[in-house]
Design a protein around this ligand. Structure first.
Ligand code: ATP
Ligand code: MG
Length: 451
């Protein structure tokens, strides 16, 4: 009823205008105060008590409407960063170009952002915006009012504001209805908005995958043509977005979404080559599934492990080629590792800090083949054993190595000492063992007469 009343008061047109928001009461939006993070709640209350506006905004409101648990809570306000900082003892201003305030309660940090506009007020071009020749927005660091703030956001479902004091949702662009319809829709003219910030194309793929939403046809249409604009975006930003997608818990769907939109060229050029090779595709699919499953179970998932898997098909190919050219297996693997890691740096820009772990996981792989003597015991104690073993299972699952090898290692970890000893394979013993074995016939010969 309230909703009907609201609809009557604001009319359907309010959905399309920048200045009016549809205001939904609890019965209409269904969000309960107890679903909110304590710290976010207190932050909004403190702002309200000081006479400012304070709304939970963006992903958290969207996730609550969809019945998901938000991973973090952001707050938007009309108070300036300096005003916010003065209100909270445990807070600090960060950023130079556009300042935000981190408000801390215990271990939780709430990001508080002052309402922003997309720079129209510092008009430079005909449309009142400062953009580059491709339409990319050069400045979005201008304060604005709440309606400006909603209009500069990307998708309708991301422009929802929840006021915990009045328990109301402010919806400027029909985001609540789009949540219900499970539609991802760009605010404003999609082509202009993608040109303003091409990363929004990757975000579209990410949200569609993460939320299992359908991309609205008008929003989807310009993507195929505009995808090349991603080339102008700093690699670090692309990397951050790639990481968010791969760690979203829906990496497999996300990667397929990117391919469907023709966006993997810009973001994961290595997927181009990998996905054409059946072994590579099976391996990557198994890897993404494992990552998604770990995230679903709240288990730690490491970006290094994931990037190790994405790059493995290339490394393997190079390793085999170097071996075929006469290199010994171990040096061949190390050469392949360096070549692949160096080559990708120009493409996806995986930061160097991941190299160490990626290399360790790869370098341990040949050691799983050695199942005699002390070697399996030593491998078991290696600090990276667990990650390397998980990696081995992926190789087994994709058919690269025998499933028997993976099963052997699974069992070797589970059984007691006696059974472990019985599992050792005599024929894969390392060279020094063979030397020792030579002594045995001598001993045996000595014992023979008495036998
Ligand atoms: P997630 O739960 O995955 O973090 P999110 O919606 O919170 O999703 P963020 O990247 O954390 O996504 O961004 C927070 C909010 O800031 C978004 O909901 C959106 O309103 C706005 N936003 C972020 N990036 C952009 C962008 N490139 N263009 C326009 N608005 C953006
Ligand atoms: Mg967020």
């Amino acid at each position: 009823m309230i909703r009907r009343l609201i609809n009557k008061v604001f009319g359907r047109k309010s959905r399309a205008t920048v200045h009016g928001a549809q205001i939904l009461a609890p019965a209409a939006h269904g969000i309960r105060l107890d679903q909110l993070d304590e710290c976010a709640l207190r932050t909004c209350e403190t702002l309200a008590q000081a006479g400012f506006k304070g709304y939970v905004v963006g992903g958290a409101v969207r996730d609550l409407l969809l019945g998901k648990t938000p991973k973090d809570f952001d707050v938007a306000t009309d108070a300036t960063p300096e005003e916010v900082r003065r209100l909270f003892r445990r807070s600090r201003i960060i950023g130079r170009r556009f300042q935000i305030v981190h408000v801390m309660c215990g271990r939780v940090t709430i990001e508080v952002t002052t309402f922003r506009s997309n720079g129209q007020k510092e008009a430079e071009d005909d449309e009142g915006r400062s953009t580059d020749e491709h339409g990319r927005l050069l400045s979005d660091n201008v304060f604005g009012n709440m309606a400006d703030d909603a209009a500069r956001r990307d998708f309708t479902i991301n422009a929802l504001y929840y006021d915990p004091v009045r328990e109301e949702v402010h919806d400027y662009f029909g985001g609540v209805a789009d949540c219900k319809k499970r539609v991802l829709r760009m605010i404003g003219d999609p082509e202009t908005r993608f040109r303003e910030d091409p990363v929004r194309m990757l975000r579209a793929a990410r949200f569609a995958a993460k939320l299992d939403f359908h991309i609205d046809p008008d929003t989807r249409r310009p993507v195929a043509t505009l995808a090349p604009l991603l080339a102008n975006i700093p690699r670090a930003r692309i990397f951050d977005e790639a990481l968010k997608l791969l760690m979203s818990g829906h990496a497999l769907r996300g990667v397929h979404q990117l391919r469907a939109e023709g966006l993997h060229h810009g973001m994961l050029p290595l997927l181009d080559t990998i996905l054409d090779d059946p072994t590579g595709e099976r391996f990557i699919t198994a890897a993404l599934k494992t990552t998604d499953a770990r995230i679903a179970q709240d288990k730690p998932a490491s970006p290094a492990f994931l990037f190790g898997t994405l790059l493995w098909p290339q490394t393997l190919q190079r390793w085999r080629a170097l071996e075929a050219a006469g290199e010994k297996p171990q040096p061949a693997l190390f050469m392949a590792m360096d070549e692949v890691l160096d080559a990708q740096r120009g493409q996806l820009a995986i930061p160097r800090r991941y190299d160490g772990m990626i290399k360790e996981i790869w370098a341990l792989q040949p050691r799983f083949e050695q199942r005699g003597g002390q070697r399996p015991y030593r491998l078991l104690e290696h600090p990276r054993f667990r990650a390397a073993y998980d990696f081995l299972l992926l190789r087994a699952e994709s058919g690269e190595v025998d499933t028997e090898l993976g099963e052997w290692w699974t069992r070797f970890q589970e059984v007691d000492d006696d059974e472990r000893a019985a599992m050792l394979l005599a024929d894969s013993g390392p060279k020094p063992r063979r030397k020792r074995k030579r002594k045995k016939p001598a001993d045996a010969a000595g014992e023979a007469p008495s036998a």
